[in-house]
Design a protein around this ligand. Sequence first.
Ligand SMILES: *Cc1c(COP(=O)(O)O)cnc(C)c1O
Length: 378
Amino acid sequence: MNDRLEPATIAAQAAGAQDVATGGVVPGISVASTYLRGEDYGLLRPENTYGRDQNDTVRQAEEVVRALEGAAASLLFPSGMAAVAAVFRALPSGARVVMQTGIYWGTLKWVRDYCVRRAIILDEVEASDAAALAAACRSSADMVWIETPSNPWLRCVDITAAAGHAHKAGAVLVVDGTAATPVLTRALDLGADVVMHSATKALNGHSDVLAGVLSCRDDALPMWAEIATDRHDAGAIIGPFEAWLLMRGMRTLPLRLERMCANAQAVAEWLDAHEGVEAVLYPGLPGHEGHEVAARQMRGGYGYLLSFLVKGDRARALDVVGRLRLFHRATSLGGVESLVEHRHTIEPHTGIPETLLRLSVGIEDAGDLIGDLAGALG
Ligand SMILES: *Cc1c(COP(=O)(O)O)cnc(C)c1O
């Protein structure tokens, strides 16, 4: 489908996916693991040989992301972490990586371990500090990895500036845009070489699929060929049912984001004015340190993720969490239902304050959500 159409159109029509065989308005699920050859031993469909990497449903779901992202190509993976790992596996041993610190803990934990095993030099920097990122990119590097807005600190990195620094160092810039989605930020348009999303989160949006996706600005990028070959040969493939569910979920992505962003903004403003709250981390608040950068590179809202610090101690924060009735106590983010998480319980040794609560704001009524928080905060 034409990439210049607006996201609402691309998403609602699943980038043109239909069931050509039956005439169905929506595509069926292609479940075959292998494909037929004719009497002349030619493939009935030359693009389909074997299910590891060749599946119409997967390609249709990839086309939706590709069009939303304005990418040259997109590849789906069975989880966000599988997509992260696919990027790192494309690096040669001895490579140098500059990575934003304080990002999604699952990424940090796996990358640190992997880089030790592969003798990859890993330099962690506070990339939302432009000078710190520039300094780290003064020596040559293979890859710069940023996450904006970051999870759970909501730090914002200027993607255009980061691309400039990365390219000067000879590095590719990879952006984890999970908290922004391609609807709010098209990182490739801003200069990123590869963008990654945990599609488990807002892209699917219904807390019923694990998936990850990578997209590239230019599919002649050597790293992209490595990633695509590795996915096929090593077999990190998403199943057709998951791809189909993801495609279904993405039809309403722009619509869901409109409501989620409006709700998150209302919740953040209300929390910001509450005397029981120490601080609110949300790029949509003018006082947030990343607001200016976010205003420049996010369109249509500041996302569905926010954190806040409860006044008091750990016990008080856990008491507030325990009193919530609408926000589900669960990890993850980006679903239609609102979630709350006490991150310190999950990652006790990474400097997350014991009073920090992370919210993923869903599509419920904002007044009901605020009422729930009011009841819990007292
Ligand atoms: C959840 C998440 C991931 C990992 O994705 P999975 O689908 O859980 O494997 C990576 N980055 C960010 C920012 C996330 O929130």
